[in-house]
Write a protein that binds this ligand. Structure first.
Ligand SMILES: Nc1ncnc2c1ncn2[C@@H]1O[C@H](COP(=O)(O)OP(=O)(O)O)[C@@H](O)[C@H]1O
Ligand code: SF4
Ligand SMILES: [Mg+2]
Length: 326
């Protein structure tokens, strides 16, 4: 089966001084949940916006491959992209107010999304909106449809945004920290909803999160991002069982047993901060924070295979952790 989404060597720069995404490659299959994890500032949101074609004008995007099914997104016109967006590809933004217009009621915004892509009456669109609000756990959807975004709490706005993204039953949903603002009960409800949709519709989910509880619960595959690069990517089980990149090991340090991760468990904290990377940067961007760094880490860093579907970007051999433990 051909992949739903394929990105190869995706790059995004802002002006001449910031390389926010540096050669990201990933493939998403039907029904798969791919979690993108990493500290704040690693380039997760910019990667998502680059796929959606929603970067700001100051950004420059390039890619060897950027495909959604048979569509070459590097060549698709803005009109063509707008036809896919909201319909077959949808995104839940990190900040709800990015996609909600304060001047229109929830109902009219949700109906508009649906009517833009489907030939249906406004009444049908509003019925669909009410049904989706109910599915994300909003009671009295009729009342909410008549309200404006500023009349809703942050949690409600987030849920409205999630239902809006689901209006057209997208095949690919990119969700950028979709449940961060929500309490644990609602969060569980939304994650269950997403899992049900995956079963029912074969939805592919690119889920950006820094909550390892969510990763352990949802991910089929995990890609760890650092300073604009995917530094390790593996099936979720393999990543938790045998994290190989020193950065991944730092993030996962707080997990004693993968299946017993507590909800809301923060990523392990590693001393230092994510550096800003200029386009001409050479070597391993993690070297200032890495306990294993060696002089050669300032030169080219190879992408290595730990197993056939597990790779990492580091000079260390795959079994270095065993040597470290010995
Ligand atoms: N519009 C922009 N102009 C300049 N730099 C930006 C812009 N948007 C994001 N960046 C930079 O790109 C990097 C990645 O940001 P982002 O993708 O938002 O990180 P994350 O989502 O992983 O927290 C950061 O260094 C950020 O400052
Ligand atoms: S390449 Fe070197 S500095 Fe970078 S993570 Fe590996 S050991 Fe550390
Ligand atoms: Mg972000």
């Amino acid at each position: 089966m051909s992949p739903v989404l394929e990105a190869g060597n995706l790059r995004v720069t802002f002006g001449t001084s910031v390389a926010a995404v540096r050669g990201v490659s990933l493939t998403m299959n039907r029904g798969e949940t791919h979690c993108l994890v990493g500290e704040s500032g690693c380039g997760k949101s910019v990667t998502a916006l680059a796929i959606m074609g929603l970067l700001s004008r100051t950004a420059h995007r390039s890619a060897d491959i950027l495909r959604f099914h048979d569509y070459d997104l590097t060549r698709l016109s803005e009109r063509g992209m707008a036809r896919l967006r909201g319909d077959r590809i949808a995104m839940i933004f990190q900040e709800p107010m990015t996609s909600l217009n304060p001047a229109y009621t929830v109902g009219s915004q949700m109906a508009e999304v649906f009517q833009r892509h489907r030939r249906v009456s406004r009444a049908t669109a509003l019925d669909r909106a009410a049904e989706l609000l109910q599915r994300v756990g909003i009671t009295a959807p009729g009342l909410r449809l008549k309200q404006y975004p500023h009349q809703l709490s942050g949690g409600l706005r987030q849920r409205v945004m999630i239902s809006m993204a689901l209006m057209c039953e997208p095949e690919l949903l990119i969700a950028d920290e979709p449940t961060t603002a929500l309490d644990v009960t609602v969060q569980a409800q939304i994650l269950r909803l997403l899992q049900n949709l995956q079963r029912e519709l074969g939805l592919s989910l690119l889920l950006i999160t820094h909550d390892l509880g969510i990763v352990a619960r949802m991910a089929d595959r995990v890609s760890v991002m650092y300073a604009g690069e995917i530094v390790e990517s593996a099936p979720a089980g393999a990543l938790f069982a045998a994290p190989t990149h020193p950065y991944t090991r730092g993030l996962l340090r707080c997990i004693p047993v993968p299946r017993q991760v507590r909800r809301d468990e923060p990523l392990g904290s590693i001393p230092g901060v994510v550096p800003r990377i200029a386009p001409d940067f050479v070597g391993c961007s993690f070297r200032d924070r890495c306990a294993q760094a060696m002089p050669d880490c300032a030169r080219h860093v190879p992408r290595q295979r730990a197993t056939i579907d597990h790779d990492y970007l580091c000079r260390l051999p795959t079994d270095w952790t065993r040597a470290e433990a010995a």
